[in-house]
Design a protein around this ligand. Structure first.
Ligand code: ZN
Length: 172
């Protein structure tokens, strides 16, 4: 039987493989999976640029696929693994879905809403709390992002607009 940290690492590896799919599409490499009763019930990766959809973040895509799979818009008792700290929008969606727990890899100081900029996981004004575990496979999750932005900067010399975008945005 796996320890809880081994279990978290195992599912984070799945989220990382989703992040690599985003990278292959030239999207910011963020991936997520939804786990319920020891089973992966949904997965997703970042696709806002290719799908022309500002809401197409990994966590939202994973929630959509999980909710469809179980035929319920609420995912009570589910754990969501995301390679990067969820943003405001994604934390909002995770709260709506009533997920029990969020596990993420690296912090996002620009958009993070599970401890960095905001902490929506335990706001007393909201009617749901989410248990948060951070720093699982943090190095790998961050490395993927850094490599992506380094490559972007390298390939967009003289194009200050995309250079700025690469530096400023962590998740989109
Ligand atoms: Zn998000």
């Amino acid at each position: 039987m796996l320890s809880s940290q081994e279990n978290d690492l195992r599912w984070m590896a799945e989220a990382l493989s989703e992040a690599m799919r985003a990278e292959a599409l030239d999207e910011v490499p963020v991936g997520a999976v939804v786990v319920f009763n020891g089973e992966c019930i949904g997965r997703g990766h970042n696709t806002p640029i290719v799908s022309h959809d500002p809401t197409a973040h990994a966590e939202i895509e994973a929630l959509r696929s999980a909710a469809r799979a179980v035929g319920n818009y609420r995912l009570v008792g589910a754990t969501v693994y995301a390679t990067v700290e969820p943003c405001l929008m994604c934390m909002g969606a995770l709260l709506h879905a009533r997920v029990q727990r969020v596990v993420f890899g690296c912090y996002d100081s620009k958009f993070g809403a599970a401890g960095s900029l905001y902490d929506l996981s335990s706001d007393a004004r909201l009617n749901h709390r989410i248990e948060v575990t951070s720093g699982i496979a943090e190095g790998e999750c961050r490395e993927l992002l850094q490599r992506f932005f380094q490559k972007k900067r390298g390939s967009s010399k003289g194009n200050s607009e995309s250079e700025n975008r690469g530096e400023e945005e962590t998740e989109q």
